[in-house]
Design a protein around this ligand. Sequence first.
Ligand SMILES: [Zn+2]
Length: 93
Amino acid sequence: MTDHVFPPPAPASPSTEFAARTAITCPLRHLLEPTMTQALLDAGGGWRCRRCSQQWDGPRLATVAAYAVWALEHDAQKAALLNAARPVESLPS
Ligand SMILES: [Zn+2]
């Protein structure tokens, strides 16, 4: 009888481990969805938030994330314009 030697399993990449552990939540900061994983989202899955009743899936989450980035950039540009328009304060003499 011979012993079978199986190769060790390939180590998961850091991104795979991170995705597996990352909690999926409603982007409106409502509830953690314990049954949803990044792999399920990538496969086209989705869920309905139990608090706000919004239906979420990968494309919708990506849209919300892109809007959040746009809003941050928009606010930064607005603040820069307001600062540029502010009159220069005179230095104390
Ligand atoms: Zn929600």
